[in-house]
Design a protein around this ligand. Structure first.
Ligand code: NZQ
Ligand code: ZN
Length: 392
C-alpha cells in the first residue's frame, strides 16, 4: 500500500428536515452575510429555497441571491457572483443544489479570496491560496462536490471545461436530506448513480499498490449503488434507497475509496470533460458512453484488477480464462448502465462528432492533461482520439 493523507473537513448533517439547520450552521462557521446560490428552478419549485430562507432569517443571517446555475456551470456566472459578493460584503456562500451549483460556489469563493482572474486556477496557471467558506444543501446525489476538493467550470468561449482541485475549496458543511432528491427526474437519478460509481471505479482501476480494506469498501459501495439504483428506478420515493445512494455519493468522492492506492486512473473523467465542454451533455451519461470503450482499450495492462471487478462487483462467473471473465465483466457493466437508461456509446448519448471534432476533442484533452492521462495505460493524444472514435 501507499502512504496517504485523508483530509475531510466537511461537517455532514444527514437526514430528514436538516435543511432547517442551514442558518445555524452558517453562524457556526463564522458567516453573517451569505450568498444564496442555486440553479435553474427545481429548488424554488419544491419549496426548498423558502425553507432555507426561513432558516437564514431565524439565525439572523442576511443574504443576497444568485440563481441560474446550469449543468456544466459557466464562468460568466462565476464572475457575476464574485462582483455581487464584493459589492454586498458577503462572507459565506451557501450552495443549494447539485454539483454544478456547489462547483460554481467554490469558484466564486476562490475569486473572493484571491487576487486576479479566477480562471487562472482552472488553467493551472496559479493555485488558489484560500477560499471563502462554502456550505451546501445537496439536492442530487451525484458529483460528490459537497465533500470533494474539486470544482469544475466551463468557459463559454471555446467550450473549455476544466477542474480545479484544491483542499481550500472543500465545503465546511454539507446538509444532506435524502428526501430532497425525490423530485429528480429518473434520468438525473441515473446520471447521478453513474457518476458515483465512476468516482470509485476511477480509483479502483489503478496501477499501484492497494489496500484490502479500501478495495472492500469500494466494492461494497459499488454494489450498494447498483442495487439501490434499481430500487429507485421502480420506486423513486424510497427513502432508504435515496439515503444509501446519497451517502455513497459523498464517500465515493471524498477520498475514502482511494486511500492507500496510487490515486487511480481518471482517464474516463478527463475524456468526458471534453465531451461536456463541446456538447454540453450530462456528466454521468457522458461517462457511461465512454467507459466500456476505455475499459476494452486498457484492460490488458491490469488484468487482475478487471477480473476482481467482474467477480466481486458484478458477480460474473469465471470464464474459460481471465480474458473471458474480464470481457464478460465489461459487458455486464454496460448491461447495468442500459438497465438504468444510461447510454453505452456516443450514438446512444446523442452525440455524433464530425471527423474534425474527434481530432479537436483529443487535442483539447491532451492539452488539458499536459500530454498524457490515465495510469492503467498511459494515453496519449492518438489513444484519446482512438477511444473517442471507437466509442461511437
Ligand atoms: O438547476 P435545477 O433546476 O436545480 O436542475 C438541476 C439540473 O438540471 C436538476 N436537479 C438537481 N437537483 C434536483 C434537480 N431536479 C429536480 N429535483 C432536484 N432535487 O438536476 C440537473 C443536474 O444538476 P447538476 O448540479 O448539474 O448535477 P450534478 O450534481 O451531476 O453535477 C454535475 C456537474 O458536476 C461536475 C460535472 O462535471 C458537472 O459539471 N463534477 C463535479 C465534481 C466535483 N466538484 O467534485 C466531480 C465530478 O466528477 C464532476 O466532474
Ligand atoms: Zn464525476
Amino acid at each position: 500500500m501507499n502512504g496517504f493523507t485523508y483530509y475531510t473537513p466537511t461537517k455532514v448533517v444527514f437526514g430528514r428536515g436538516t435543511e432547517s439547520q442551514a442558518g445555524a450552521l452558517i453562524r457556526e462557521h463564522g458567516g453573517s452575510r451569505a450568498l444564496l446560490h442555486y440553479g435553474g428552478g427545481s429548488a424554488e419549485r419544491s419549496g426548498l429555497l423558502n425553507r432555507v430562507r426561513r432558516s437564514l432569517e431565524e439565525a439572523g443571517v442576511t443574504w443576497v441571491e444568485l440563481g441560474g446555475v446550469v449543468p456544466n456551470p459557466r464562468l460568466s456566472l462565476v464572475y457575476q457572483g464574485i462582483d455581487l459578493c464584493r459589492k454586498e460584503g458577503v462572507d459565506f456562500i451557501l450552495a443549494v443544489g447539485g454539483g454544478s451549483v456547489i462547483d460554481s460556489a467554490k469558484a466564486i469563493g476562490y475569486g473572493m479570496a484571491n487576487e486576479g482572474d479566477v480562471w487562472d486556477f482552472y488553467e493551472f496557471i496559479r493555485k488558489p491560496k484560500a477560499c471563502l467558506p462554502v456550505g451546501s444543501v445537496v439536492t442530487i446525489a451525484a458529483a460528490g462536490s459537497e465533500m470533494s476538493n474539486s470544482s469544475v467550470i466551463t468557459k463559454e468561449e471555446g467550450g473549455i471545461k476544466r477542474g480545479c482541485n484544491n483542499d481550500a475549496g472543500r465545503p465546511v458543511f454539507a446538509i444532506m436530506n435524502p428526501e430532497l432528491t425525490m423530485t429528480l427526474p429518473p434520468y438525473q437519478t441515473a446520471c447521478g448513480c453513474a457518476d458515483i460509481l465512476m468516482h470509485t471505479m476511477e480509483r479502483y482501476f489503478n496501477h499501484g499498490a492497494n489496500m484490502e480494506l479500501t478495495g472492500g469498501l469500494a466494492e461494497s459501495l459499488m454494489r450498494t449503488v447498483m442495487r439501490n439504483s434499481h430500487i429507485l428506478m421502480e420506486d423513486p420515493g424510497n427513502y432508504d434507497a435515496r439515503a444509501e445512494v446519497m451517502w455513497a455519493g459523498s464517500l465515493s468522492h471524498n477520498g475514502l475509496t482511494g486511500c492507500g492506492t496510487d490515486g487511480g486512473d481518471w482517464a474516463t473523467h478527463r475524456l468526458e470533460h471534453e465531451l461536456g465542454g463541446m456538447f454540453d451533455v450530462a456528466h454521468g451519461a457522458g461517462l457511461t458512453a465512454l467507459w466500456g470503450t476505455w475499459a476494452r482499450y486498457v484492460y490488458k495492462e491490469r488484468p487482475e484488477r478487471f477480473v476482481r471487478f467482474a467477480r466481486n462487483v458484478l458477480q460474473v462467473k469465471p470464464g474459460a480464462d481471465d480474458e473471458e471473465t474480464i470481457l464478460n465483466g465489461i459487458s455486464a457493466m454496460e448491461d447495468y448502465y442500459r438497465s438504468i437508461g444510461m447510454p453505452v456509446n456516443l450514438r446512444e448519448l446523442g452525440v455524433h462528432p464530425t471527423d474534425q471534432q474527434f481530432r479537436e476533442l483529443a487535442r483539447k484533452c491532451s492539452v488539458a492533461a499536459n500530454d498524457s492521462l490515465g495510469v492503467v495505460k498511459k494515453l496519449h493524444q492518438a489513444d484519446m482520439e482512438a477511444i473517442y472514435r471507437a466509442a461511437l
